[in-house]
Design a binder for this molecule. Structure first.
Ligand code: NAP
Length: 485
């Protein structure tokens, strides 16, 4: 196992622009901290707007030659990077755990998941197809081809520091788009490591540029309004996504928006309860509850609600808490003090409104931002956590009586990313899955993410899909050539 110091030391701390590591023009740097200890891990370059402009210049300069690069070679670069990610999983997982806090086993899982996006899109690079057809009146021909959108701006959050990047970079590279990526300020190290991996895999200079900054808005807004970038792909909160959509309207950028969630987890009395509790633990506790796909509201049919709640409380109370680097830990720290405060407030609000605390319900003293796995029963619809993302290890349980009621409460949210559904009745499963307002449904399973499947939401959870056959479409424009005969 590599040492903590060596994995942090091994990463470039400057901006990656035009294939070169470059200090911020101001000379400024910012701290990256370990959320488990609060200690500073290192400092990285703090880009100013001028550095963002230099990164976009590099992406624009590389666009034409990258678009004409053979698709097979684009795919082979991605495949080499996939192999490198896979072979360096331990070192990259440790780096991720240090900057983000999730337990090592989960970080390993994320590196494997992140790498799979490169494998998937290495295969898709050579399958960008078109069409040839006879016009309905028989006199002309239609040629349809698909071309790269052009230079793209990518913005990613801190909760999945590697996978949210590869899910955008993979299809961008495969489609022939150059890009500027801005990772979250709290977790820049994984992306900086990835930049070097792609460069070593043969990615030409300027195809991917990485800009780290504490001034996200100040650096990104001029790039969005510049007009040369033709696409923004954003993963993050709905509040920021809305603002970026407004900025994109100015130059009519193509957008992909992977935004917040408020996933319902619906358990019918006919469900396999063992499987439902296992699935609930996965859907709730993956990533310490800090996932857009995290089950945020549990709705359990009255006949089995007490049994489900007591089993959940027992499982949640037994989850070992600690620094993610320690053996056996499954609940790491929340990302920062603001996250801990929010979770604490949401739980107080729910109990003040009548929810019953079955386990947990408090933070952990000491350094880091730890919160005990918590289960609440009888959570009323007016509780803030029924409509806001908890982003922590808290499972609020409510009951329902009928199928119609389950669908109504599940859909009673502005979000629509994913819904989970447990039942052993096939007809009910399909009926309810069709009625759930969500881009994805976990049917008798607590994890939906898969690089080969289309990931994305409806309503205010976003626009577009990442992964799957359609993932590359987000970085392609369709061109129709009318041919006279
Ligand atoms: P966030 O505050 O919206 O930040 C996301 C990214 O946007 C970060 O890189 C952030 O930079 C940047 N950003 C913030 N303000 C910006 C601005 N004015 N202009 C340009 N960029 C800006 O979200 P977060 O707290 O990091 O992530 C959690 C959210 O992401 C949750 O709502 C979660 O549900 C969502 N999420 C969605 C998906 C999905 O696939 N649907 C996946 C993962 C997460 P800084 O780091 O510098 O603030």
């Amino acid at each position: 196992m590599p040492s903590e110091t060596s994995v942090v030391d091994g990463v470039g701390k400057e901006l990656f622009i035009g294939g070169k590591w470059t200090p911020a023009s101001s000379g400024q740097t910012f701290e990256v901290r370990d959320p488990a200890t609060g200690e500073v891990l290192c400092r990285v370059a703090d880009a100013a707007p001028a550095d963002g402009a230099a990164a976009l210049d590099a992406a624009v300069a590389a666009q034409d030659s990258w678009a004409s690069h053979p698709p097979r070679e684009r795919g082979e670069i991605l495949h080499r990077a996939y192999e490198e990610l896979t072979s360096r999983v331990d070192e990259l997982a440790l780096l991720m755990t240090l900057e983000m806090g999730k337990p090592l086993a989960e970080s390993r899982g994320e590196i494997a998941y992140a790498a799979e996006f490169f494998r998937w899109f290495s295969e898709e690079a050579v399958r960008i197809d078109g069409g040839y057809a006879t016009a309905p009146n028989g006199t002309g021909r239609f040629l349809v081809t698909r071309q790269p959108v052009g230079p793209s701006l990518l913005v990613t959050p801190w909760n999945f520091p590697m996978a949210m990047g590869t899910r955008k970079i993979g299809p961008a590279i495969a489609a022939g788009c150059t890009s500027v990526i801005k990772p979250a300020a709290q977790t820049p190290l994984s992306m900086l490591a990835l930049a070097q991996i792609l460069a070593d895999a043969g990615l030409p200079d300027g195809v991917l540029n990485v800009v780290t900054t504490t001034d996200a808005g100040g650096v990104m807004e001029p790039l969005i309004r510049d007009g040369r970038a033709r696409k923004l792909s954003f993963t993050g909160s709905t509040a920021v996504g809305r603002r970026l959509l407004e900025q994109c309207a100015d130059k009519v950028l193509r957008t992909s928006m992977e935004l917040g969630g408020n996933a319902p987890f619906v358990v019918f009395a006919d469900a396999d309860l063992d499987a439902a509790v296992d699935g609930a633990m996965q859907a709730k506790m993956r990533n310490i509850g800090e996932a857009c796909t995290a089950a945020n509201r549990f709705y359990v049919q009255r006949e089995v609600a007490d049994e489900f709640a007591s089993r959940m409380a027992e499982r949640m109370a037994a989850q070992p808490i600690g620094r993610g680097t320690e053996d056996g830990v499954v609940v790491g720290p929340l990302i920062d003090d603001a996250a801990l405060t929010k979770v604490t407030e949401l739980v107080s609000d729910a109990t003040e409104r009548g929810a019953r605390l079955l386990t947990g319900g408090s933070g952990v003293d000491g350094p880091g931002h730890f919160y005990r796995p918590t289960v609440l029963a009888d959570v009323p619809a007016e509780a803030r956590m029924s409509s806001e993302e908890i982003f922590g290890p808290v499972a609020p349980i409510s009951t329902f009586d009928t199928e119609d009621e389950a669908v109504r409460v599940a859909n009673d949210t502005e979000y629509g990313l994913v819904s989970y559904l447990y039942t052993s009745d096939l007809k009910r499963a399909l009926r309810v899955a069709e009625r759930l307002e969500a881009g994805m449904v976990g049917l008798n399973q607590g994890i939906v993410s898969n690089p080969a499947a289309p990931f994305g939401g409806v309503k205010q959870s976003g626009l577009g899909r990442e992964g799957g056959r359609v993932g590359i479409d987000e970085f392609l424009e369709t061109k129709y050539i009318a041919v006279a005969m």
